[in-house]
Design a protein around this ligand. Structure first.
Ligand code: HEM
Length: 401
């Protein structure tokens, strides 16, 4: 059995062309791969669709309380959000938090967001057409989360972009694009987290006096055992929603538009039949695999695909590999907007399945519809620059801290 030398923690790996080949080799010859780390520790990397799906659903063996990212995303190793932030909680607490947060994802809210996103995308595209081009990643793609933030948080366009900038710096805290060389990355992370908390703390103090139809006001009404949530829990979950939604849909939009550009026959197909929008969005989600992996901690000994996982081991579930598993996706390396079925892993599976999945599909659908309706299709006019990945898609992207 030959195992390629790999470093899945190296952002450069995902900027080059090697990752698909490495994942293919792992799926074939070492699907539950022990990945050593220089400090003497290591983690398991699951790369086959079936194993990843099983692990997502195994809430008794695998805990989310360590957060979803390797190395943690808070300045201390022990995650202070454990059991308090949705993505870093286990049952039964996770169910309670999810019910409360879910109120901000109602159909009514989605309709309002759709209206806002449509307006913003329309304005941004008109501006791009008038200017003869734009930087799609910053000028158009960020309007998807901006519309969502404005509506869900009840803030202005300027404030939404300020928050997007902060979450981008938080997610990209190891990325040279966002941090100065020589700066201690953990300190940089702590500073930007404090800024985000301050942003939400101000909203919180305002909404106590002037409740609105928004996430913060809804969480202020949440009760646990008859008591209001501690302020910190509200802040953690606002942070979760903001980080979860800000980089993910905009990155998927960039990767999807690029894929259409690189596959002109698929682009022509979509132009000829806009009814393919939903399935094109789904393929963009699979193709981009924006959240390359999620992390879990084993809380008991168990075996998966014949490998023994010990209590306390770190286990990573590689969506970016499972989404290209040839046993599930015929011709997986082909971008095919008519792919059916397309049960990709991009939103995760089970109790933690992305709470914003529907919203992300709405946002991306608006963008694609806008292009087909107005017959505007982007072409790439210069070099595509991908920022170093932290945990996932090329512009640093992850759903949750
Ligand atoms: C293309 C867009 C998106 C992708 C690929 C994505 C991906 C994911 C994934 C893989 C998870 C599961 C994490 C785990 O199992 O540990 C997740 C959870 C989550 N996502 Fe998303 N997401 C997207 C959009 C959004 C949006 C728009 C929001 C909110 C505005 C959001 C908020 C969240 C939250 C709060 C969770 C935690 C859910 C829970 O733990 O119960 N995501 N997302």
């Amino acid at each position: 059995m030959t195992t390629p030398t790999i470093d899945l923690t190296d952002p450069e790996l995902f900027l080059g062309e090697d990752a698909p080949m490495i994942f293919r080799q792992l799926r074939e010859s070492d699907p539950v791969h022990w990945h050593p780390l220089p400090d003497g520790g290591g983690f398991w990397a699951l790369t086959r669709y079936a194993d990843i799906e099983t692990a997502y659903n195994d809430h008794t063996s695998l805990s989310s309380e360590g957060g979803p990212m390797l190395g943690g995303s808070f300045r201390s190793a022990a995650d202070p959000s454990a059991g308090r932030m949705l993505v870093a909680s286990d049952l039964p607490r996770q169910r309670h938090i999810r019910q409360q947060v879910h109120r901000a994802f109602s159909n009514g809210m989605l309709r309002r967001i759709a209206h806002q996103v449509t307006t913003l995308v329309d304005t941004a595209v008109r501006r791009a057409v008038a200017d003869g081009g734009c930087d799609f990643a910053t000028d158009i793609a960020t309007e998807l989360p901006a519309g969502a933030i404005m509506t869900m948080m009840g803030v202005s366009h300027t404030d939404a972009h300020e928050l997007i900038g902060m979450t981008r710096r938080m997610i990209g805290f190891r990325d040279p694009v966002f941090v100065d060389p020589g700066e201690d990355e953990r300190i940089g992370l702590a500073v930007v987290q404090a800024e985000i908390f301050e942003f939400f703390a101000e909203l919180l103090s305002d909404r106590r006096k002037n409740p609105k139809d928004d996430l913060v006001s809804m969480l202020l009404q949440a009760r646990r055992n008859g008591r209001p949530w501690p302020e910190e829990d509200i802040l953690f979950n606002c942070l979760n929603v903001a980080v979860g939604g800000n980089e993910t849909s905009s990155y998927t939009a960039c990767a999807g538009i690029l894929a259409l550009h690189q596959n002109p026959a698929q682009k022509a197909l979509l132009q000829a039949d806009p009814e393919l929008t939903d399935s094109a969005v789904n393929e963009m989600l699979r193709w981009s695999s924006t959240n390359a992996y999620v992390m879990r901690q084993a809380v008991r000994e168990f075996t998966i695909d014949g490998r023994l996982i010990q209590d306390g081991d770190t286990v990573t579930l590689w969506n970016a590999s499972g989404n290209f598993d040839e046993t599930r996706f015929p011709d997986p390396d082909t971008f095919d907007i008519t792919r059916t079925p397309n049960r990709h892993l991009s939103f995760g599976v089970g109790i933690h399945r992305c709470i914003g999945a529907m919203l992300a599909q709405v946002e991306l659908g608006i963008l694609v519809r806008h292009m087909t309706d107005r017959r505007i299709f982007f072409t790439v006019s210069g070099p595509v620059r991908a920022c170093g990945r932290t945990s996932s898609g090329a512009p640093p992207a992850f759903p949750s801290p």
